[in-house]
Design a protein around this ligand. Structure first.
Ligand code: NI
Ligand code: MN
Length: 225
């Protein structure tokens, strides 16, 4: 499994030959200017919720690569009206895809489309691939529901928001990592806007002091699991 950070909360996850893009927000993220949007293609696009900073580039990528959008029912219905294929889910539901089992998990946040209309309830994803399990929290506060994840799967890695203000911050992400029983954390949802700028060294040290590993990847950087 290869995970590439595309900026903000966007990731490219490659599982064998299958490409999955999570929450694409590239064209409107000045920090991600070196990512070539036109070169991105995906088999699946996972969308955690309807906020613009999570789905700004779903349409362009989906249409260019004929990808299937996996999200809540409301978001999938929205994209189906634009001629994009989708797979609707809702909280607690699991579906077996070619790359592994996906569960749409709870998130404590909001989820309106840019025009203010209802975007379903926000979520995250538990992906149980052939050899690796990962959890993508989505935009969320720290929540007791995270304790349910290790009852279902032993995680190899978790992607957690750490930017605070709109989501949990570093201190709560450390508690989340305890709840998830996973010490290998990839941070997201930091630095993109003024409200969520973080001190990288301080954040990494806080995790390190608890015997945990916080990875703050550079945009375009990848890790192999
Ligand atoms: Ni959001
Ligand atoms: Mn967000």
């Amino acid at each position: 499994m290869k995970i590439t950070f595309l900026g903000h909360a966007s990731f490219l996850i490659e599982i064998e030959n299958i490409k999955i893009i999570v929450d694409p927000f590239i064209s409107r993220n000045p920090l991600a200017k070196d990512i070539n949007l036109a070169a991105l293609n995906a088999d699946f696009i996972l969308v955690t919720h309807a906020h613009e900073d999570h789905m700004a580039d779903v349409e362009i990528i989906a249409k260019a690569s004929d990808a299937i959008v996996v999200s809540n029912f409301e978001i999938v219905s929205y994209f189906e009206k634009l001629g994009i294929k989708g797979h609707p889910m809702n909280h607690g539901g699991t579906w077996e895809f070619d790359f592994g089992k996906v569960t749409y998990t709870n998130a404590v946040h909001s989820s309106s489309f840019p025009d203010g209309s209802y975007g379903g309830n926000p979520g995250g994803f538990l992906i149980q691939a052939k050899h690796k399990n990962m959890y993508i929290a989505g935009d969320t506060s720290l929540t007791m529901d995270m304790k349910l994840i290790p009852l279902k799967a032993k995680l190899d890695v978790a992607i957690l928001p750490v930017g605070d203000n709109f989501t949990m911050g570093v201190d709560d992400a450390i508690i989340a990592s305890d709840f998830l029983e996973c010490s290998k954390i990839i941070g997201c949802h930091f630095d993109t806007f003024g409200y969520i700028e973080i001190n990288h060294e301080e954040a990494i040290k806080k995790f390190y002091d608890k015997n945990k590993d916080l990875m703050l990847l550079k945009i375009g950087e990848d890790i192999q699991l």
